[in-house]
Design a protein around this ligand. Sequence first.
Ligand code: COS
Length: 397
Amino acid sequence: MIDFSLSAEQLELQSMVRKFTKAEISPFMQQWDEDHHFDLGVVNKLADLGLMGVCIPEQYGGAGMDYNALAIVCEELEYGDTAYRTAVSVHTGLNSMTLLQWGSEEQKEQYLKPQAEGKKVAAFGLTEPNAGSDAGALQTRAIKDGDSYILNGAKIWISMADYADNFLIFATVDPDKKHRGITAFIVEREFPGVTTRPIKGKLGIHGGNTGEVILEDVRVPAANRLGEEGEGFKIAMSALDNGRFTVAAGATGLTRACLDASVKYAHERHTFGVEIGKHQLVQQMIAKMEAGYQTSQLLVYRAGWLKNQGVRNTRETSLAKWISSDIAFESASDAIQVHGAYGYSNEYPVERYMRNAKALVIYEGTREIHTVMQAEYALGYRQDRPLNKMLPAWNGQ
Ligand code: COS
């Protein structure tokens, strides 16, 4: 049976987050973007509404909803701005869901629960100055010392670096082992030797925080190792299966924002004696946004449906991320075109949408990485096998 309807609970969630975005994000966003201001108050309000752990089971402090509920949250938030969806992506998608999948009961109690309750903010530290797409080449070192590890290295392009309480940090215990030496650690900001600093001069997401995380002789208890030594690359990739899902879901929201802004403007603006929506070349751009929005949403919900079943979805998630982020960028570019010269100024939000959309095409796997992955799946060079620890299926109603 195929069911395309949202449940009553999902519809309620959608309406709640839509209202939240309309009241708490959209009215302020142009100014925040101009001022490069990230508002932690928004995250605290999201936490109060249970939205920082929407798909984490109730026993670990979450709202216990399904994985497509997370997609709904991401779509609605990114309709307001990419910054707040990104906060949820790193906190829930990349960090908390990874603790749910790979953590011990003690780690879930100590770290997952306060994160899902929104009492602690979490981020994800994989990328390094010399290891982006080639994540297996990371150089941050972890050296075992008694009952702890000493971490040294630097992470870059870390969303929420300056606000996170907890980081999931990937380091190698043996560089000769390449990706099989990579190991995951839960690192608290409070651990001596952890410092962060913001990255300036970004093209977009001016209203969000992106930074560096520097680790200097950081002593991490062995109890904070997530999974086994050498299991970190798999953990990072499985985290990306969830992070990419949230990016794809956010991209649908951005595309919808482009569509709505363009439709509104197409009714308001008149040229050659008619509103511009009557011109077929404007209609073509609007039709493409509509088709792109529907396509993205179908790909996202299919990936979410697979997550709900507890099966591997790397292939489907990668496809959703690739296509939805490309569509968001093209939609934003077309939305500017529909607005003409006005679209080129920050009097309208569409120039912000385009600057933000470019990030989606780059982070959590560039367009090129996903293109290659899809080709490899099609050619039979890449296959998805079940993992020893899968993201738990959703068993609720
Ligand atoms: N979940 C769990 N394990 C996974 C996995 C996943 N989604 N994807 C791969 N693995 C495992 C593989 O099974 C393989 O295990 P073995 O060593 O036991 O065989 C191992 O990880 C290596 O995987 P693979 O052979 O696919 O690695 P490749 O080097 O071919 O490709 C790519 C890796 C390029 C796909 C990967 O490095 C990648 O996704 N890079 C982009 C990184 C990224 O998105 N960075 C953004 C960070 S957040 S801004």
